[in-house]
Write a protein that binds this ligand. Structure first.
Ligand code: ZN
Length: 436
């Protein structure tokens, strides 16, 4: 497959999925198709433009054609209200199969290898994120919390697993798992229950490579670790002393008997020297009763000149740790929070507002749209990794804000027959050598 065709490949996979969406209407008013409603909603997230649909409807009226039809294959563009009504009954689960398809595509191009850790694993990090909240509107799938002013806040949250690699700013979103009101009230209960469900639902995909799960302290809990192992997943999870008393009692006892190994390395951070102290020991109990036996390691970073502690984090893993691999295992474990910051920052502050102009819905709409939004994020990442023309245009325009401003303006005034046509138009207008 030619690398430029990633847009067409993914859009055709999206369309195939949209064609098979269930239609719950009962005969009347079937002027618009569910698949066109899904394509139209997707186009808003893909172009990161809330007014995109209004412009395309106007274009259809004036020119008899529009970019949602030419680029995304929609037959007709429904109104916002129709989109809401058509998509609200659909469970987001019908979209989940698209995520592994994207990973397969990266694999077939050899690009997934960019995401393989030094130890040979593909790392998946997992975090709970609020996707939408309101004090006025709620639906069947809302969780709620009492606010100090006596009002109730309704919200949706999900775990958003992503493939990450240390030193790689791009992340690959996998199918999300939405937290339901039945999952519990405490954040940690909800995330654990939803993660367990995610592992079960993605069991087939999780067999397709050598995956290692990352997560913060709430994930280094025995039932969850057993769930990971049961699905042939490795894990590297943050493990804090106050939530793992028995484990740290053992580590302390072993350290007192010189059985915890230590390695010290000097590190130049670009401004000053640091001392990196790695400590590790294998086969310690995760908890007091019927414990799972895990391997423990930690990193303490001090400023060499002052001895001041600047970083300290500890992890547990099923992977055996030794002096050869401790540095890369710590690096992998630390990738968790780096990516948490990057993913959440990108999703929340760079155009992927989970709050959108379609509203909340009464049934599944909020979660369905959040999933389309993640798919748009995934397609942008795939283009960035696989589409040479896109890479050149992005490089020329430097910031993502400039890129999306230009895309929005071009698609507002002109109709393009294909993604290739749009990219070529931009390359020529930017006078990039080789595209004249
Ligand atoms: Zn809701």
């Amino acid at each position: 497959m030619k690398k430029q065709k990633v847009f067409d490949t993914m859009i055709s996979a999206l369309r195939d999925c949209f064609e098979n969406l269930p239609d719950y209407r009962t005969g009347v008013n079937t002027l618009y198709d569910v698949k066109d409603a899904a394509s139209a909603a997707f186009s808003v997230f893909f172009t990161q433009s809330p007014s995109f649909l209004a412009y395309q409807r106007l274009m259809e009226k004036n020119k008899g054609k529009n970019n949602i039809s030419s680029l995304l294959g929609a037959d007709k563009v429904p109104s916002d209200n129709q989109i809401r009504n058509l998509l609200d009954p659909l469970s987001p689960q019908v979209l989940y199969g698209l995520f592994p398809k994207a990973i397969e595509l990266l694999k077939s191009e050899g690009t997934l290898e960019k995401f393989r850790s030094d130890e040979g694993y593909i790392l998946i990090t997992n975090d709970g994120t609020q996707t939408i909240s309101s004090q006025k509107i709620s639906c069947d799938e809302c969780s709620h919390r009492a606010l100090k002013n006596g009002e109730t806040q309704y919200f949706h949250s999900a775990i958003l697993p992503v493939i990450v690699k240390s030193g790689e700013s791009r992340v690959l979103p996998l199918a999300p798992e939405f937290i339901t009101p039945q999952d519990g009230h405490k954040k940690q209960d909800c995330e654990r229950v939803a993660t367990k469900r995610w592992v079960e639902q993605n069991a087939d995909f999780l067999q397709t490579d050598c995956f290692t799960m990352l997560g913060d302290d709430l994930y280094s809990n025995q039932p969850l670790c057993e769930t990971f192992l049961g699905a042939s997943l490795n894990f590297i999870l943050v493990c804090k002393p106050d939530s793992h008393v028995e484990l740290y009692k053992t580590v302390e006892f072993l350290a007192g008997n010189d059985l915890v190994e230590e390695i010290e390395k000097q590190h130049w951070n670009g401004r000053y020297y640091e001392k990196h102290l790695y400590r590790f020991v294998n086969k310690v109990p995760l908890r007091e009763k019927d414990p799972l036996i895990v391997n423990w390691f930690e990193l303490i970073i001090r400023r060499e000149s002052t001895g001041k502690k600047e970083y300290h984090n500890s992890f547990v893993s099923n992977l055996e740790v030794n002096s050869e691999n401790v540095v890369s295992l710590v690096e992998d474990g630390r990738t968790h929070w780096k990516s948490e910051n990057e993913t959440n920052n990108t999703l929340k502050n760079h155009g992927y507002n989970f709050e959108h102009n379609f509203g909340h819905g009464e049934c599944h709409l909020a979660n369905f749209l959040a999933t389309l939004n993640l798919l748009a994020f995934l397609l942008h990442t795939l283009l960035d990794l696989l589409d040479e023309q896109y890479q050149v245009v992005r490089k020329e325009l430097v910031t993502r804000t400039d890129f999306f401003n230009d895309i929005r303006a071009l698609l507002r005034y002109m109709v393009f027959d294909s993604w290739d046509g749009l990219m070529l138009f931009m390359l020529r207008a930017l006078e990039v050598p080789g595209y004249g």
